[in-house]
Ligand binder design. Sequence first.
Ligand code: IVH
Length: 670
Amino acid sequence: MLREKIKKEYLKKIEDYKKHSKLYYEKSRPIISDAKFDILKKDIIELENKFNFLKSKDSPNKIVGSRPSKLFEKYQHKVPMLSLSNAFDAEDLKNFEKKIFNYLNKKIKIEYSVEPKIDGVSASLTYKNKKLFIGVSRGDGKEGEIITDNLKTIKDIPLQIKNSNFPEEIEIRGEIFIKKKDFEKIKDNFANPRNAASGSLRQKNPNETKKIPLNFIAYTFGYLKNNKFNYQTEFLKELSKWGFRTNPDNKVISTIDELIKFHNKFESIRYSLDYDLDGLVYKINDLRLQDRLGFTSNAPRWAIAHKFSADHANTKIINIEIQVGRTGALTPVAKVNSVNIGGVIVSNATLHNEDEINRKDIRIGDVVKIERAGDVIPHVIEVDKSKRDKTSKKFKFPTKCPSCGSATIKEFNSTTKKYDAVRRCTNEGFDCEKIAIERIKHFISKEALNIEGFGKKVVENFWNLNLIKKPQDIFALKYDKIINLDGWGKTSVNNLKNSIENSKKVSLQKFIFSIGIRHIGIENAKLISEYIKDISNFIKLIKTKKFDKFLNIDGIGETQIKSLKNYFSEHSNINIVTELSSILSIENHKINENGILKGKSFTITGKLNGISRAEAKSLIEKNSGKTLSSVNKNLDFLLVGEKPTRRKVDLAKEFGVKIISLDQLKNLLN
Ligand code: IVH
């Protein structure tokens, strides 16, 4: 019962904190002293650190994070602020280069701009006519908050630039951070320096921001009118001439071996530096090459973050629970005695899958070494078998789904000729409770319908109350019931109503992604939406089940088609799509209508010189052309490289399809 008492005391403090935050931040009319307010925050954080069952979305720890604030006006970034892919070892770096070579279709010598990855929060500064025009937080990468006045208090940020070569309009990006020694003075109020920087940046009153000494180091540009720079390092030099602080440890390195040497050296001195850093960023120095490589859906192909090695700790496994994911995957999770790993309290560690448990012979009661690296979920590295109890037994992985009791399978992969390491529940519909809940969480997630204020916890809560059982139920919520629930009120219900209403307008690509078909991620959903163009075509298709047509799409293969067939073999999934299509307003796929290749279709065969298939495809599509994977009589062009498929060339000749080389395509595009 002690637990209940602690919880009650904690929730009372949270309520107080909510009330005083509102008075302090929103109304700027505090009724208690700053010191008392700080003590309240500190008390809550101390309680959370001591008892890991205490959690609240209103905790000062959470609010300081990146929750979009209602206090600031929103701003759509002209160029999205994406994140970076991570590398942890030489293997990852080699893979990174390999992907680049594949994309470019040739091996080249790469020069990197190497920059310390400061663990702060990024900010974007737009200058117009040499004056700071607007300052914005990263937000969700697409939309940030306007925090110009707060940013203006930071001494590293120039308000006006004198140099004559400063661009007419430029958006400069960099990291806001707090120095370690400054954090020492305020550490009781924040979980780490990063949280302190982010909290300070988002104060309503710029005078509050001023109190915490923030720093800014510039490292890149977003939008830049008439870019005249050729190299990242050239841009960094110029930044410093213009009066921005850049990192004195930036460097140019050309080989993976040298990158690793520098990484090792830097890792050993990281603790002596005055700021927190979690790795190094490697960016291809040549900006034109960066342009060619472009981006995947959330990270550039031309840069990578090489993280420092993770922290470890030993602890004991108390239990192994099996989680069921959206696609039916059964993931074993070790519940462990809580340990502090690098400042974060860890009480769960993933065991990945059945094979991993067998390979490492992981058992309940074992003492294990756990690793935590960046934002990656902590995992078990090894078992200390010398500490194993003699009576311990091998862990028996369930063969029935723990959520719905259905049979589980390990699929056979016809390419690798091996059975999957992951065991899955075979239920494709909404009869498996855990899968159903995860599918709804996916439906409302950021990349899908992005319903603000409708988080994972809300899904679980509404599910338990029988308010939602399928995605379409979200649009028929009984708000009169919700308003009386704990934690809900008139304003929050109204906000929820609005965000649900706003989410109804959705692109075809996002819609296809949102219904959660295995193997149909954002990129594949895009390929499908480009191909079928409009939702009515999609519905026709799922009713007739003629998914083999998609083999025409370059990028979609047997795996995706099999998965689509499986998914739509379940009638409830067809119903979901048809019902949602009448509730939502699904925008047809928009294409650049006016490009020079409008109405023209292309098939690519053979190895193109100096450009990959993906790049050629994106070049054609950028100019309004279409790419197909096979030759038919309506095809306009067959783009031919080295060693083409003979059959495609013969068919093209037979149908009178024009056969062109890459140079001819380039001529066509000027
Ligand atoms: S470049 C798309 N350069 O790392 C390019 N980012 O994981 C991304 N960061 O949000 C930005 N130091 O907050 C870049 N020298 C550096 C950086 C850096 C730290 C942070 C930044 C970004 C995150 C990406």
